[in-house]
Ligand binder design. Structure first.
Ligand SMILES: Cc1cc2nc3c(=O)[nH]c(=O)nc-3n(C[C@H](O)[C@H](O)[C@H](O)COP(=O)(O)OP(=O)(O)OC[C@H]3O[C@@H](n4cnc5c(N)ncnc54)[C@H](O)[C@@H]3O)c2cc1C
Length: 439
């Protein structure tokens, strides 16, 4: 068998790239290990930049139909469980975007939408229940697990989109250094009150509950526990779990109780790593194969989509211009690497802010979030950076304002390009187009 682009792994990253390549007529083959939908919970929050990309791929209407829009994230800090809650609100609506909101959608629904769309293109080939076993130069050995048969595929380019354990990354001889955290999360979806439409984070100095509304009056929840506590928690009656939630959010009475067994609840172990290299010769890695991020800022799935978009656009242009020198692939990390690093840094900082159970940290967090909401520049920077729409780095000056050392700025944001406060332009997303630099 022969194909132009072989993609190992049909997760969100692989399918975004596969669809993008198929839309420009490239022969593309995706092999996916699983026979059907995965039972494991994975990311569900789409950031504004990903919505723009999904719009360009012709699937936004389906996504709106199956998603729940979230414009505001409400952070509530409780001094103790009886105290009056103190709120701060971070809003996507301050962003000058077509999509000034994020959107919650079931992970498997999003995959299905991408796959259905890709199958409309004759140059797209999808091999489910097929594992990428081995790579040798331009030849990939696949194993059809249903038929128990192996076969080879010859290709021009190979993209590893296998998530955390990546055959392609191993073949490229890239090792990654994992960082673990002092906490884990319990995560589960259950029915929600109809009025719960905002994203919510509710915390005390020693507990954290995140609530992210899904369509059909469901809510995805994440609850932070110290690393290693899961086993002992599971031995307790399920009512203990309900109580942990209801203490922080009494509104969940009658809703979280609908979780009947511990086995409905998934343990989520956060970790992070970032590969130094994304590209070698005719091989590239995208998404979790290249970087894994702490889930606090809801970026993992978005980074996979954004990698798929940039690499896909590059491969499309290379094919269109007949410039297939693999050296061109270097444009992909040039665009993506520093953006990924910054989003990983933001997610890591958010994780640190919630992971140490000390009262002064809770107090500092509450104050800096409230000041961030009121300080127009900090608010804008935070939302711009997590949205993926642009990158405007935080400075020491910003941190001093958030820490209460300097006064809050209430003036309107006035952007000039030098500051980097604007939305990424097409030339920043796809810089090889401007310079006609492909070889
Ligand atoms: C528990 C959990 C919670 C998360 N929560 C969030 C969140 O709230 N927000 C967010 O944005 N992100 C979240 N993430 C991260 C997000 O799910 C990932 O970043 C995203 O799915 C990465 O997409 P991907 O396509 O790179 O990899 P994956 O989604 O891992 O897809 C890789 C695919 O490759 C297949 N595969 C693997 N090996 C092979 C092989 N050898 N041959 C063929 N196929 C193979 C796998 O079966 C899989 O389908 C979470 C992740 C986990 C695990």
């Amino acid at each position: 068998m022969r194909t132009s682009i072989f993609i190992s792994g049909g997760g969100i990253g692989g399918l975004t790239l596969g669809l993008k390549a198929a839309r420009c007529g490239i022969d593309v083959t995706v092999a996916e290990r699983l026979p059907g939908p995965s039972p494991i919970y994975k990311g569900e929050l789409l950031q504004p930049k990903s919505l723009e990309i999904l719009d360009s791929l012709g699937v936004i209407e389906s996504i709106f139909k199956h998603g729940h829009k979230i414009s505001d994230l409400e952070m509530t800090e409780l001094k103790n469980l009886k105290a009056v809650p103190e709120h701060s609100l971070m809003s996507y609506s301050i962003l000058p975007s077509r999509y000034p909101f994020s959107l919650m959608i079931h992970h498997e629904t999003l995959k299905e939408i991408l796959l259905d769309k890709a199958k409309e293109y004759p140059s797209f080939h999808y091999h489910p229940h097929t594992i990428c076993k081995e790579i040798k130069d331009h030849t990939v050995t696949l194993e059809d697990r249903k038929e128990k048969q192996s076969y080879e595929v010859e290709c021009d380019f190979i993209v590893g989109a296998e998530g955390r354990s990546s055959v392609t990354r191993n073949y490229m001889d890239i090792s990654v250094k994992e960082k673990n955290y002092n906490h884990h999360f319990l995560t589960v979806t259950f029915p929600r009150p109809e009025s719960m439409v905002k994203g919510k984070i509710i915390s005390t100095y020693q507990s954290f509950l995140g609530l992210f509304p899904l369509p059909d009056n469901e809510v995805r929840s994440v609850y932070l526990i110290p690393a290693g506590e899961y086993k002992s928690l599971r031995k307790k009656p399920i009512s203990e779990f309900h109580n942990l939630y209801k203490k922080l959010c009494p509104e969940l009475e009658g809703y979280v109780d609908q979780i009947k067994e511990w086995k409905q609840i998934q343990l989520m172990v956060p970790l992070k790593y970032h590969s130094d290299t994304y590209v070698k010769d005719h091989l590239a890695i995208i998404g979790d194969a290249a970087h894994t991020v702490h889930p606090m800022a809801g970026e993992g799935m978005n980074m996979a989509i954004q990698d798929g978009d940039v690499l896909g656009e590059l491969l499309c242009d290379m094919h269109k211009e007949g410039k297939l020198d693999p050296v061109n692939l270097e444009w992909y990390p040039k665009v993506r690497k520093k953006r990924v690093s910054h989003q990983m840094h933001l997610s890591h900082l958010s994780a640190l802010a919630y992971s140490y159970p000390y009262r002064p940290i809770g107090w500092l967090r509450k104050n800096s979030l409230q000041r961030m909401e009121r300080d127009t520049v900090s608010h804008y920077k935070q939302m711009l950076n997590i949205s993926g729409l642009g990158l405007w780095r935080e400075t020491l000056y910003d941190r001093m304002i958030q820490g209460g050392v300097l006064p809050i700025r209430t003036d309107k944001i006035s952007c000039d390009k030098e500051q980097g406060c604007t939305i990424f332009t097409q030339n920043q997303d796809y810089p090889w187009k401007e310079t006609e630099a492909l070889r």
